[in-house]
Design a protein around this ligand. Structure first.
Ligand SMILES: Cc1cc2nc3c(=O)[nH]c(=O)nc-3n(C[C@H](O)[C@H](O)[C@H](O)COP(=O)(O)O)c2cc1C
Length: 344
C-alpha cells in the first residue's frame, strides 16, 4: 500500500504531505472499529518484544520520536500502527507558529530530512487537555516532550526560562507516563546552551524539585555534543536523580551525505535526521550508557531497520525511537523494525 501512496506523498511538498498523512489517520484516531481492524491487520505485538523500563511496560521497544505529533492529535492511531510507545510534543508553554516556510526538506538520496520547524504547537495546556481525552484508549506508554517558548529569551537571569519549562511540565506531567526535557533542538535560538552543565543543572534541578509525583523525567540531548559535554550532562542527570536520557536529537552537521553539496547548501539551516545521523547517535548512546549504568537510555537517530535498532540496544539503549524511517518506510515502519529485531 505505502509503495503506492509514497510517490504521491513525495510528489507533495513535505509539510503538505505531513498534513495529509495526519488527516488520513483521522478516521483511525476517531473510529474505534477502524483501530481494531488496523491492529488485526498489523498483528499483535510479539510477547518477546516486551520491555520494562522506568516502571512501565512497553509492548515493543520501538517508539515514535518527538516532533511527529506535536499537538497530540493522533495518539490512538499511532499506537494502532504498532508503535510500542509515543513521545508527543514538543510542546511549549506559549502556543507558537512554525518558522517561515519552507521549513522541512527531503534528501531522498540519503533517506534523510532537514527541518527547521521551531516547535510549532498549540501550547502545553491545550495539548495536554486534548490528550487527556484520548489517553485511556492509547494502550501504550506515552511521554510528552517539553521545550522552551520562543518568546522567552535565555538571559543571565534564568528564572523566566525555568518558569516557562515548569509551566509546560505541570501541564503535561499529570497526563504523561514520562516527560522528556528537550534542550537539544537546533531550531530554537539558544536552546542548546541549556545542555551545558551549569544551565542544565539549574533547569533539571528545578524540574526535579517540581516533580512531586516522581514522574520519570528524561533529558534529550544533541548528537553534536562532544564526549566531555556528554559526560557533563550525564553528571547532571545522576545528580538530580533523573530517569534517563534520550539520545539523540537532529544534527547541525552535514557530513557523509550523498545529496550534492550545493543542494544541501540551498536547503540551509536546520536539523538533519535519518541514516546519516546513525553512527554518531549510536556513539552517543554508548557514551551515555557508560556514564549512566542504571538510567534508562532511549536511542534515536537514523534507525531504519532492525539491524540499526539491534545495534542501539547492544550499545546500551533500553528502547529506541524513529521519526524519519516512518516517513521513508511508511506507516508500519515501527512494527517492521520490531519484527526484524526478533529475527536471529
Ligand atoms: C520534522 C521533524 C520534526 C522534529 N521535531 C522534534 C520535536 O519537536 N522535538 C524533538 O525532541 N525532536 C524532534 N525531532 C527530532 C526527532 O525526534 C529525532 O530525534 C530525530 O529526527 C532523529 O531520529 P530519526 O533519524 O529517526 O528521524 C524532529 C525531527 C523531524 C524530522
Amino acid at each position: 500500500m505505502y509503495a503506492l501512496a509514497k510517490p504521491l506523498l513525495f510528489g507533495l511538498d513535505p509539510e503538505t504531505a505531513h498534513a495529509l498523512a495526519m488527516a488520513s489517520l483521522g478516521a483511525v484516531e476517531h473510529v474505534a472499529p477502524v483501530r481494531a481492524l488496523l491492529r488485526a491487520l498489523r498483528g499483535a505485538h510479539d510477547p518477546r518484544s516486551k520491555v520494562r523500563a522506568m516502571g512501565l511496560d512497553f509492548p515493543s521497544p520501538v517508539g515514535l520520536a518527538g516532533g511527529f505529533d506535536k499537538n497530540a492529535r493522533r495518539p490512538r492511531a499511532l499506537a494502532a500502527l504498532g508503535f510500542g510507545f509515543l513521545e508527543l510534543g514538543t510542546v511549549t508553554a506559549l502556543a507558537q507558529e512554525p518558522n517561515p516556510r519552507p521549513n522541512l526538506f527531503r534528501l531522498p538520496a540519503d533517506r534523510a530530512l532537514v527541518n527547521r520547524l521551531g516547535f510549532p504547537n498549540e501550547g502545553a495546556e491545550r495539548v495536554a487537555a486534548r490528550f487527556a481525552k484520548a489517553r485511556a484508549a492509547v494502550g501504550v506508554p506515552v511521554g510528552f516532550s517539553i521545550g522552551k517558548s520562543r518568546a522567552v529569551a535565555l538571559a543571565e537571569d534564568l528564572s523566566p526560562v525555568l518558569a516557562d519549562y515548569t509551566r509546560s511540565f505541570e501541564a503535561v506531567a499529570p497526563v504523561s507516563d514520562f516527560v522528556v526535557v528537550n534542550v537539544s533542538s537546533p531550531n530554537t535560538k539558544d536552546l542548546r546552551a541549556l545542555q551545558g552543565a551549569a544551565l542544565a543543572g539549574a533547569l533539571l534541578g528545578e524540574l526535579a524539585r517540581k516533580n512531586a509525583k516522581k514522574k520519570p523525567l528524561l533529558v534529550k540531548i544533541a548528537p553534536d555534543l562532544d564526549d566531555a559535554e556528554i559526560d557533563a550532562i550525564c553528571g547532571v542527570v545522576s545528580e538530580h536523580g533523573l530517569a534517563g536520557v534520550v539520545a539523540t536529537n537532529t544534527t547541525i552537521r552535514r557530513d557523509g551525505l550523498s545529496t550534492p553539496r550545493d543542494a544541501v547548501e540551498t536547503i540551509g539551516a536546520g536539523g538533519l535526521s535519518g541514516p546519516p545521523l546513525f553512527p554518531r547517535a549510536l556513539a552517543v548512546v554508548r557514551r551515555v550508557r557508560a556514564a549512566l549504568p542504571k538510567a534508562t537510555v532511549i536511542g534515536v537517530g537514523g534507525i531504519e531497520r532492525g539491524e540499526h535498532a539491534r545495534a542501539m540496544l547492544d550499545a546500551g539503549a533500553d528502547l529506541v525511537q524513529i521519526y524519519t524511517a516512518f516517513v521513508y518506510r511508511g506507516p508500519f515502519a515501527a512494527r517492521k523494525i520490531a519484527t526484524e529485531l526478533l529475527q536471529p
